[in-house]
Design a protein around this ligand. Sequence first.
Ligand code: SF4
Ligand code: SF4
Length: 449
Amino acid sequence: MSLIDKIAEAGVVGAGGAGFPTHVKYGAEAEYFIINGAECEPLLMTDKFLMRSFAAEILEAIDEVAKIVGADKVVFALKKKYTEELACLKRIRDENNYDIEFFLMESYYPAGDEQVMVYEITGRTVPEGGIPLHVGAVVSNVGTLYNVYRAIRADKAVTDKYVSVLAEVNKPRIVKVPIGTSINECIEAAGGSTLDEYAVIIGGPMMGENLVEEEAINQAVITKTAGSIIILPKKQFVIEMNQQSMEHIKNKAEAACIQCTFCTEYCPRYLIGHENLEPHRIMRALAYEKEDNTDIFKTAQLCCECGICELYACPMGLSPRLVNVYYKQKIDEKYETDKDEFKPHIMQEYRKIPTDRQIARLNLSKYNHQELHEPVEIEVDKVKIPLNQHIGAPAELIVSEGQTVERGQKIAKIRENALGANIHASISGKVIKADDNQVIISGSAEVVS
Ligand code: SF4
Ligand code: SF4
């Protein structure tokens, strides 16, 4: 089996973002292979843990992938301040003579946005609506590469996830859990919450998914892309910003948008040269135009949802990012540009947001640099595994209710001629529910062989 086939078989997807199937990404040739170890979302700890704990595995995978994509240049990007992680990685690189260069970034947000990273390393702007491959780059996150290592060296499927459980918990820590483990069990593994009532962010505070209702928290599970859980009071600034209705957001834009253009001036995608992404114009159209102005709202597709416009730049507390998310879903017509040259803004270098300042703006400073307890691995009796944990079509179910499965066994496969990823059982046990959305496995002792 080729290495690409092994990666596909194991169900590896981008671990740090939306879950693009990795075997498809590595099917292209690229001049640059860039490894994203920036972990730029405030507070998160998982990628740093992986770089410290699995430096040898990650670098071995990088060396193989660089050959697969035919990269001339292999660049590992991480922050200058990650000195311990850098020392681990450098030692392994030097011992093995890997041809890997380190690119050290300042601590700013969003250093890990893949288009910002590609620009910083190559000096090339990915075209509006494009992907890094359009400028000769393939980018992978360190968590993805750890899974690639397991796939190509040990034929292991993606069955587990390392998750940072942070903020309002008694024992903030990294927890290793089977995919499909409930969020509540992760919180328990971190000593439980310090609060009686809380909200949960799955992912980072800038771009993560906010869960506020108890029912939503009870239903949520760890997926291949969920690398952290942040527990916060329900009245916390980030949580409240994300709870606003579109009606409320629109009313606020009408009443309070002063067209200062700060949202645009600080937008990292605008700054690398996507001149047609101007959130202040989208906000003006939202507030003052009676009909949907499709031409302007289509430009929302250029937004990477980093959140700088609303959680840092806007002096009036408005929500351009949520407006963009709304119009991305509402307008099917694809944004297209006839531009073929993209130049960075003259101020690009000077408008980077220091991470600590961003954390203070989010009112999260008390959780910055939380001391972590020892990492733990937990075993669970039941997992609920979604079949759409990746970009593309949901995987096609290949097990049925009542069937006994082994940990690592494929339970859903990539659909024919579709973009997608295989899904595997993360515990051994009996399938107690299987439909087009999910597979629930109960690991009760009597059915485990
Ligand atoms: S920063 Fe806020 S007030 Fe200024 S233009 Fe943007 S949305 Fe309007
Ligand atoms: S969320 Fe705002 S700042 Fe970030 S890319 Fe979108 S428009 Fe730009």
